[in-house]
Design a protein around this ligand. Structure first.
Ligand code: PLP
Length: 428
């Protein structure tokens, strides 16, 4: 495949946009090479600016669970745009999507819409702090909750450590309030809680991790967190930006039958437009402005085009719950195919899968947290990624990201992916 036009556009973009991209992972830094510029996409296929067609296994990092340019979503947005794009005044569709989201997700009574997953998580911890009157939060190494200061904290080498900022610009003061534990490690959390009695406002986590590969919660992990939170007056926040409306209509809460106190959303809930949201029961949500003192706002929050896209998407998922079974079967089929190729090779590997999320790690050790995920051989991943790209398979350009299947993928596409894998693995 030729990437002449992409390469030229990337050079131009770098003149005026830092790194040529508006979100770092797009720049291919961790796999090397240059990013592909998209012209258009439909269903499971991306057409790039050089005319290449790629089978897409990212779906815009999750939102497009039914495929690109999904007609009911596109129609809803186009129709809505005719009436104006933003008012800074309430509109009826905000209540409609709120009502539908609340009916689909367990345990929530009110929902506030924002513009991104970052905003949703940032607001959720402010709400938890305002609600509890406490300042510290617990997060897990390798979980991603957007780019707000409190979350850009890396773990030290130990499982339990005080946070240090991992981006310049995050103050040590902020980092001090973020405590870290290893994913799937209840003891680490218990220890943090006993070291900081009555100081911890909330525990925030991806109930199934998707930002260090796909890492499902260990048996009893979510239940254990739930009971630790109950015992210690801590708010449990499920960051379902990735898993919400993807693992099930009710997200990870439904799949694992564990309830969080606050849930955050993004990605699928916007149907491909910029939407985030956070939700809880009335008692917690009533602390939010204008009903309560915890401030949160947004000029474009609840934007009618974004709400139209989100509503159309949620309606489709609500009306066709079979889609989750279909996605799960497709992902299991892909898993089997990849497994059959890799198990006949000498390459150490681990495949993790949950619902429509799957990740391939070049390590033979079980991948259960950030530390084990980081053991994957990144040189092998780079070669694998570029080999697959050459075969027309678009995977996330980082070993730390899950693949996201969309329901427009058919079994022929999955066979092509497995065949490409067979070809590439023979060259590794
Ligand atoms: C993508 C993501 C975010 C951030 O959402 P943005 O819309 O990129 O700001 C937060 N949490 C999780 C789990 C995510 O996957």
């Amino acid at each position: 495949m030729i990437y002449k036009r992409s390469s030229a556009l990337f050079k131009e973009a770098q003149q005026v946009i830092p790194g040529g991209v508006n979100s770092p992972v797009r720049a291919f830094k961790s796999v090397g090479g240059e990013p592909v510029f998209v012209k258009r996409a439909k269903g499971a296929y991306i057409t790039d600016v050089d005319g290449n067609t790629l089978i897409d296994f990212i779906a815009s990092w999750g939102p497009l669970i039914l495929g690109h340019a999904y007609e009911p979503v596109i129609d809803a947005v186009c129709a809505k745009a005719q009436d104006g794009t933003s008012f800074g005044m309430p509109t009826e569709i905000e209540t409609e999507i709120a009502r539908l989201a609340i009916s689909m997700v367990p345990g929530i009574e009110k929902i506030r819409f924002v513009n991104s997953g970052t905003e949703a998580c940032m607001s959720a911890i402010r709400l938890a702090r305002g609600y509890t009157g406490r300042e510290k939060i617990i997060k897990f190494a390798g979980c991603y909750h957007g780019h707000s200061d409190s979350f850009l904290i890396a773990a030290g080498s130990g499982a339990v450590t005080l946070g240090v900022p991992n981006s310049p610009g995050v103050t040590t003061g902020t980092a001090r309030d973020t405590l870290l534990a290893a994913y799937n490690n209840l003891n680490a959390v218990e220890e943090l809680i006993s070291q900081h009695p009555n100081e911890i406002a909330c525990i925030i986590l991806e109930p199934a991790a998707g930002n260090m590969g796909c890492i499902p919660p260990a048996e009893g992990f979510l239940e254990g967190l739930r009971s630790l939170c109950d015992k210690n007056g801590i708010v449990l926040i499920f960051d379902e930006v990735m898993t919400g409306f993807r693992l099930a209509a009710g997200g990870a809460q439904e799949l694992f039958n564990v309830k969080a106190d606050i849930v955050t959303f993004g990605k699928v809930i916007g149907g491909g437009l910029p939407v985030g949201a956070f939700a809880a029961n009335n008692e917690i949500m009533n602390h939010l402005a204008p009903d309560g003192p915890v401030y949160q706002a947004g000029t474009l929050s609840g934007n009618p085009l974004a709400m139209a896209a989100g509503l159309a998407m949620l309606e489709e998922l609500n009306d066709n719950p079979d889609v989750y079974e279909s996605l799960k079967e497709k992902t299991a089929y892909l898993h089997q195919g990849l497994e059959s190729v890799l198990s006949n090779s000498e390459i150490p590997y681990t495949i993790n899968r949950l619902g429509s999320m799957i990740s391939l790690h070049f390590t033979s050790e079980a991948v259960v947290d950030f530390e084990s995920s980081a053991k994957g051989n990144n040189d092998t991943f780079k070669k694998f990624f570029h080999g697959m790209l050459k075969e027309g398979i678009y995977l996330p350009p980082s070993a730390f990201e899950s693949w996201f299947l969309n329901d427009a993928l058919n079994y022929e596409d999955l066979d092509k992916c497995v065949e490409a894998c067979r070809k590439v693995v023979s060259t590794l």
